[in-house]
Design a protein around this ligand. Structure first.
Ligand SMILES: C[S@@+](CC[C@H](N)C(=O)[O-])C[C@H]1O[C@@H](n2cnc3c(N)ncnc32)[C@H](O)[C@@H]1O
Length: 207
């Protein structure tokens, strides 16, 4: 694929962790120039001056079918963080014809948190509890894990899984990363509270 060739009609664009300062220039340009912007209501609200059509993200199967029918219309599908890290990029790249889709990377929430901590990502195991049941025996074998979470399995449940195994770990919880109300906590599992806002959890074995 030629980096300078004609752009495919569908772009899946990573928004980064949230603050528009972390949106890359190519993503900004594609968003400004597209005919249709697809995303969650919260993502679409980030672009109040967008002049084209806005389409709320519905069921993924329906989105893939709709995208396949758009011909050469320039469509941007917004993804939080990086589209290929537990995001919509993987799903769409397996369903749209090759050459019809480009992925524009974004800064993942986990990557942003590591940068705030000035902590190397070389040895990190990236995981998600978002809509899935993690294998904690496997995860906790790793000395450094970063996990995107959901309301069901968040910091409190992760801490409980560490405690029931009698393990010593440090947990770093990054809430609302890059937003004005960002908070980063460094805690032992026993100190973890029942509820946090949208978060990434880093689990460190510091022995
Ligand atoms: C479906 S995953 C998408 C991950 C995304 N593709 C990425 O690269 O960061 C959604 C989860 O990412 C995490 N997340 C995304 N943005 C965040 C932010 N600004 N602050 C904290 N966590 C965030 C949360 O765990 C959220 O539930």
């Amino acid at each position: 694929m030629n980096r300078h060739g004609a752009a495919p009609a569908v772009s899946v664009v990573g928004l980064g962790p949230g603050d528009s300062d972390y949106l890359i220039a190519r993503a900004r340009r594609l968003i400004d120039q597209c005919a249709v912007l697809v995303g969650s209501p919260r993502q679409l609200d980030c672009f109040p001056d967008f002049a084209g059509e806005k389409r709320p993200l519905g069921a993924l199967a329906e989105l893939a079918g709709w995208l396949a029918q758009q011909g050469e219309r320039a469509v941007v599908v917004l993804a939080s963080g990086d589209p290929l890290l537990y995001g919509i990029g993987d799903y769409l790249s397996r369903r749209l014809a090759p050459g019809r889709l480009q992925i524009v990377p974004g800064i993942s929430a986990a990557q942003y948190l590591f940068s705030r901590l000035a902590l190397s990502m070389n040895d990190v195991y990236l995981a998600s509890s978002h809509g899935r049941a993690p294998d904690f025996d496997f995860l906790l074998m790793h000395p450094k894990v970063a996990m995107v979470t959901d309301d069901r399995i968040g910091p409190y449940e992760i801490a409980r899984q560490i405690l029931i195994r009698g393990l010593r770990r440090t947990m770093i919880i990054g809430e609302n990363l890059s937003y004005p109300d960002e908070r980063i906590h460094r805690l032992s599992p026993a100190q973890v509270a029942p509820h946090y806002a949208m978060n990434v959890v880093v689990i460190l074995d510091e022995r």
